[in-house]
Design a protein around this ligand. Structure first.
Ligand code: AMP
Ligand code: MG
Length: 420
């Protein structure tokens, strides 16, 4: 048997970040930048007001207070998107809205709240704008002014190569005027279910048959990880069908293959034979439960193939341990570990002695995460995954984890996201 770490290291040794491609920014969500973005502008591009109020010369309002208001003549009004036509001279002010450029002559903005205008109703102000305003509090130079370049400076390296693109990075790219970005290509992941017992989702059940669920969980996992699933459907356990499906996947430009089933000891050896014939495969026994059988190798042309176990829970757990990091690495990601927390076990958990991945429900109580199992843990019990938001990791060699033990839990979702 090999350890989870050994199996993963061997897989990762054979996958590399895919070449960059240029995409519209909205299509890069979850991708990794393959270029460094340097700004050729200031953001904001000009000094502007951070408040609705009056642009003033701070020297004019040094002594302003409610008891001794400073009276200024209002000479213009400027909204966001426009530029004032006049200069603020001593004794004058310009009405200004948030985001409008600071007019010439002004060096501060007095918010409405600090002026006599505040006591006037909005409709009234709009109908007959004040020609004079009383300032009731002093404002220092640059008060409520957002200076040009406050966010980003000309020449600044804003997003480094290797940066994961989230909604905020897409916003930054938009503000810098980039309609597209260069990112590592998303891997095309061919998904193949194997087994004579499998039916398509729409087919009625028949004796000895079950529906093919792995294709769907695998495709959904690939999507969630950021890859592009290529669904090859079901291959019967015959040499001809399996070979044809693998070649079909290759001809569709698969960067990675995920098969399920046919790799455990007791199987008809068709899957093993065909994989062996189509590439260089290794068939492993990984020191984990569920998910002991696992195949890995390179098909002809060097396309990696991960042969996941057939049992639906085993397939998902193995996907999280092996396929997810491989896909993330192909996408150029450097943090490949599943996010994890330390949680207190709410009950005793028995373990095989291999590394156990126990489906749990994690809840947060104050600063403490607590984990209780989802019940029946059989590797065919897919609802044990459906009820879970985490996989509690019981270390190798541990046969019994007592209630109260602190264990690492790989989070499938965060407690706050669960809507069950
Ligand atoms: P195998 O590794 O092919 O012996 O499959 C192990 C178990 O997983 C068997 O009970 C299979 O029926 C089941 N299984 C295999 N492939 C799938 C699939 N695509 N969907 C649901 N169950 C499957
Ligand atoms: Mg099978």
């Amino acid at each position: 048997m090999i350890s989870v770490e050994e199996a993963l290291a061997e897989i990762l040794r054979h996958v590399q970040p895919l070449e960059p491609e240029r995409l519209p920014i909205l299509e890069t969500l979850g991708c990794v930048l393959a270029e460094t973005i340097t700004s050729d502008i200031n953001i904001p591009p000009f000094d502007n007001s951070g408040m609705d109020g009056f642009a003033v010369r701070s020297a004019d309002v040094v002594g302003a207070s409610a008891a001794t208001p400073v009276r200024l003549r209002v000479i213009d009004s400027v909204a966001a998107g426009y530029v004032a036509g006049v200069t603020v001279e001593p004794g004058t002010a310009i009405r200004i809205m948030t985001g409008a450029p600071l007019p010439e002559g002004a060096d501060a903005v007095v918010p409405y709240e600090d002026t006599s205008d505040f006591s006037r109703a909005k409709e009234e102000r709009l109908q007959s704008p004040s020609t004079e305003v009383e300032v009731l509090r002093p404002a220092g130079s640059q008060d409520n002014v957002r200076p040009a370049g406050e966010d980003i400076h000309v020449g600044e390296r804003v997003l480094e190569e290797g940066r994961l693109i989230r909604p905020q990075e897409i916003g930054v790219l938009a503000s810098l005027g980039h309609p597209t970005a260069l990112v590592h290509r998303r891997p095309r992941v061919a998904i193949l279910a194997t087994g004579d017992e499998l039916l398509e989702v729409h087919e009625p059940l028949a004796p000895g048959k079950i529906r093919n669920s792995n294709e769907y969980t695998n495709a959904a996992l690939v999507l969630r990880t950021g890859g592009i699933p290529i669904r090859l459907g079901i291959a019967r356990d015959t040499k001809a069908e399996l070979t044809a499906k693998i070649r079909e996947g290759l001809s569709q430009g698969a960067d990675l293959f995920l098969t399920s089933g046919g790799v455990s000891v007791g199987d008809y050896d068709v899957v093993k034979d065909v994989l062996g014939a189509e590439g260089q495969m290794q068939f492993w026994q990984v020191m984990m439960k569920p998910g002991k059988p696992l195949a890995f190798g390179l098909l002809r042309g060097g396309v990696p193939l991960i042969g996941l176990p057939g049992n639906p829970v085993s397939a998902m757990v193995s996907f999280e341990q092996f396929a997810r990091p491989a896909i993330l690495k192909m996408m150029g990601r450097s943090h490949l570990d599943k996010p994890a927390v330390q949680a207190v076990l709410g009950e005793e958990v028995r373990n095989s002695g291999r590394r156990g991945f126990v489906r749990v429900i994690v809840t947060r109580e104050g600063d403490t995460y607590r984990a209780r199992t989802t019940g029946e843990q059989g590797s065919g019990v897919l609802t044990s995954m459906s009820k879970a938001n985490g996989l509690a990791v019981i270390p190798e060699g541990t046969r019994l984890a007592a209630a109260g033990t602190v264990v690492t839990v790989q989070m499938l979702d965060w407690p706050e996201e669960m809507d069950l």
